[in-house]
Write a protein that binds this ligand. Structure first.
Ligand SMILES: C[S@@+](CC[C@H](N)C(=O)[O-])C[C@H]1O[C@@H](n2cnc3c(N)ncnc32)[C@H](O)[C@@H]1O
Length: 292
């Protein structure tokens, strides 16, 4: 469904950095950094450089604190554990990309100009969902994949769309406002569809536009969001979905991964049916809601 062509007000906004620290830094301080809020930085460095530099500084501070509190052996053991976990995750991702003929790895920050074009300008940067979390979330959804549309708002390079296709969804829609990411998602969708094992009735639609303007399709659908934007866009999206469902009641479920704005999105029509992932770390969590 096309998004209407509107001219949006230019919103002055900072870039958004969601930083995933090494596992041994998962302190409350590190979690507070992952809030997706605009950075106040005025250094002039691009957001990806700032975010990486701030991760390095955070790592150094936490390492010093750990050396003081737990000693050198603790730090060495944690470093080995972290690098092993990183290696496992990296190799799993490579295998997934070979299997699906896609390339979705790698964080990506949109330019200020691109962010400003979105209605509320509260975009978060691209980071692909971890497959483990996505698998758990899709496994907890009670929906007929063949009879419903899977929609990823803020689809980035299309990782979640491809995982949903692996789970049996045949109609998949991705909305992404960043032109480069949308182009990559189209390429990935085409390459995945050309695969030897691909099903002939598979259909991907990648819409380059603002999720806040997306009108849900007729028929049952599963809406997916991996903390793609801030409270304003997320609220606008949820209100639009509820409005569409009220005017045509049908099976609708929502997966909200890294549910940063969970409390702001509470609505009487959204009933939580499951919560998966790591309960103590919201980056690794997903909520499943059903509209009733
Ligand atoms: C954290 S990434 C999620 C990527 C993907 N859904 C996945 O799970 O692999 C968030 C994505 O949302 C996009 N985004 C942010 N605000 C948006 C908006 N208002 N409309 C469309 N896309 C948006 C960003 O460009 C980015 O690619």
């Amino acid at each position: 469904m096309p998004l209407s062509n509107r001219s949006f007000p230019v919103v002055e906004t900072g870039a958004f950095a969601v930083i995933r620290p090494a596992s041994f830094l998962q302190s409350s301080r590190a979690t507070a950094k992952c809030d997706g809020k605009a950075s106040e930085d005025t250094s002039g460095y691009p957001p990806n450089v700032r975010a990486r530099w701030s991760t390095v500084r955070e790592l150094a501070t936490a390492t010093r604190a750990r050396l003081r509190s737990d000693g050198l052996w603790w730090v060495l053991a944690a470093a080995i554990r972290t690098s092993t976990a990183f290696g496992t995750k990296f190799s799993e991702e490579i295998m997934f990309e070979f299997h699906t003929r896609t390339r979705t790895r790698g964080d990506y920050w949109s330019s200020q100009q691109v962010i400003a074009k979105a209605l509320y300008g509260d975009a978060h940067h691209y980071r692909p969902i971890e497959r483990r979390l996505m698998n758990e979330a899709l496994g907890a959804v009670e929906m007929d994949a063949l009879a419903s549309t899977f929609i990823d708002l803020g689809c980035g390079k299309g990782r979640a769309l491809v995982v949903a296709a692996e789970f049996g969804w045949r109609r998949l829609v991705g909305v992404e406002y960043d032109p480069k990411l949308a182009a990559r998602a189209k390429k990935n969708a085409a390459s995945y569809s050309r695969r030897r094992l691909s099903s002939p009735d598979l259909s991907f639609e990648i819409i380059e536009g603002d999720a806040a303007m997306y009108e849900p399709p007729a028929g049952p659908f599963l809406l997916f969001m991996y903390n793609p934007f801030g409270e304003q866009t997320a609220s606008a999206v949820i209100d639009r979905v509820i409005h569409s469902w009220k005017s045509d009641p049908r099976p609708v479920s929502v997966i909200y991964a890294f549910p940063r704005w969970e409390h702001q999105l509470q609505r009487p029509e959204l009933v939580e049916t499951a919560r998966v992932g790591n309960p103590s770390f919201d980056m690794d969590q997903a909520i499943i809601w059903r509209l009733t």
